[in-house]
Design a protein around this ligand. Structure first.
Ligand code: GLV
Ligand code: MN
Ligand code: MN
Ligand code: MN
Length: 407
């Protein structure tokens, strides 16, 4: 017999709004870069919510935060759901926060309904999912999965030279606990247009595409914009513009791939000076392992070729490399059946965005649930999902967590 719980929907929506206020500025969305003061404030806010619910709080060495609701069998290998509290610059209120608060709402429902489950449940907030300030992204789940040594993650520096480990200590979130989830479900907005285009209400995520990042510099020669003949220039921005075109051609050549030059900083950045230096980032992604392999092989070559054409020096550092994953059939089928308990408008799809589930996958049976994003917009203040869709997603998550915790 299936356990049913009552979800406090009003409380969940109010929590989403309150958390969304942390780091917010009028017209600018909110910015909670990993391990910033704003991230610290969001973490403390979540800890208070967890304490109110009587959850057992655990913090591990990279600052992943867990709130555990013991089951009849104790607290080991909790069935876990969550996401992240950090955001990109000028973010919406949902990317990450939705998955954490959806999980919190389910644990609250289980506790307040007095439901007794065999296995423990946990809500998790993973450190530095976005990777905007410190690379690699998905840092907390990478460390948890054993695919990045803790010491290496703690040593990551931001552009001011501050170390992730020092920032974690400053915020008081460098813990010593160790939590190993027994299963993981992540509830997230789609962040793309596919559910909306298909008129679907819930997405069953079959896998996540691979993501590779580089941080690069082209160095040429800054020179006078009026006196330097076009054929004597070593224009670092001309190299980046050329590269931008090659990357677009690469994405057109490699099936279902995408390529982005997301941060481009031109120096000295003056109207009458040929750019002598550009610092920039490259992000490429593909779902099929062969396509992802081709991208990783071709980007370094394209970087060198554009440098060569403009007589530039190149420095390039690989910043992140997350392989494409496919979630186990058993887990996607479970999410599918939970989704169908709430709607028949269900779409199976792969995730275009990276998520902590990409690395939890290597630790325990994992799957994800998507809800539609209006206009396919995310990583911008316009990100939006209707309340009815948000609540439906939480109900699907509740069904999934309860089913897993009763096994
Ligand atoms: C993070 O949200 C990413 O997919 O880059
Ligand atoms: Mn996210
Ligand atoms: Mn994101
Ligand atoms: Mn992400």
């Amino acid at each position: 017999m299936e356990e049913r719980i009552v979800l406090d929907e009003g409380r969940f929506l109010a929590d989403l709004e309150e958390l969304g206020g942390i780091g917010a500025a009028p017209g600018e969305g909110r910015t909670r870069l990993a391990l910033s003061d704003e991230d610290g404030e969001a973490r403390r806010w979540l800890v208070r919510r967890m304490e109110e619910l009587g959850l057992e709080i655990r913090v591990d060495g990279i600052g992943n935060l867990f709130g555990i609701l013991p089951g009849e069998e104790g607290t080991e290998a909790p069935v876990t759901a969550g996401s992240h509290l950090d955001t990109v610059i000028r973010a919406g209120a949902l990317d990450g926060a939705y998955g954490v608060l959806g999980a919190l709402a389910v644990l609250r429902g289980v506790r307040e309904s007095g439901t007794r489950l065999r296995r423990a449940l946990a809500v998790a907030a993973f450190t530095n999912e976005e990777g905007v300030r410190f690379q690699p992204d998905m840092m907390g789940s990478l460390v948890l999965s054993g695919r990045l040594p803790l010491e290496e993650a703690l040593a990551a520096r931001d552009r001011e030279g501050l170390r992730a480990g020092e920032e974690l200590e400053r915020l008081g979130f460098r813990g010593t606990d160790r939590v190993t989830p027994g299963a993981y479900l992540e509830l997230h907005i789609e962040q793309g247009p596919r559910l909306e285009d298909a008129g679907a209400r819930i997405g069953v995520v079959e896998g996540i595409q691979g993501i590779a990042w580089w941080g690069c510099t082209y160095r040429g020669q800054a020179n006078h914009a009026g006196t330097t003949p076009m054929d004597r220039r070593r224009d670092a921005f001309a190299g980046v513009a050329d590269l931008s075109r090659s990357l677009r051609e690469l994405a057109a050549r490699v099936p279902s791939s995408v390529a982005t030059l997301g941060r481009v900083e031109v120096r000295p950045g003056a109207i009458n000076v040929v750019p002598g230096r550009v610092d920039f980032t490259v992000d490429v992604r593909a779902e099929a392992p062969e396509s992802f392999g081709r991208l990783k092989e071709e980007v370094p070559r394209l970087l060198r070729e554009a440098a060569g054409r403009h007589a530039l020096e190149l420095e390039a550092e690989a910043l992140a490399d997350a392989p494409p994953v496919r979630f186990p059939r058993e887990m996607t089928d479970l999410v599918d059946s939970c989704a169908r308990g709430e709607t028949d408008r269900v779409l199976r799809l792969a995730s275009g965005a990276g998520h902590d589930a990409q690395f939890l996958h290597f630790l325990c049976p994992t799957a994800m649930i998507f809800v539609p994003s209006r206009g396919g917009l995310s990583h911008c203040p316009e990100e939006h999902t209707e309340a009815a869709d948000l609540l439906r997603g939480v109900r699907v998550l509740a069904r999934g967590l309860i089913a897993l915790a009763q096994r």
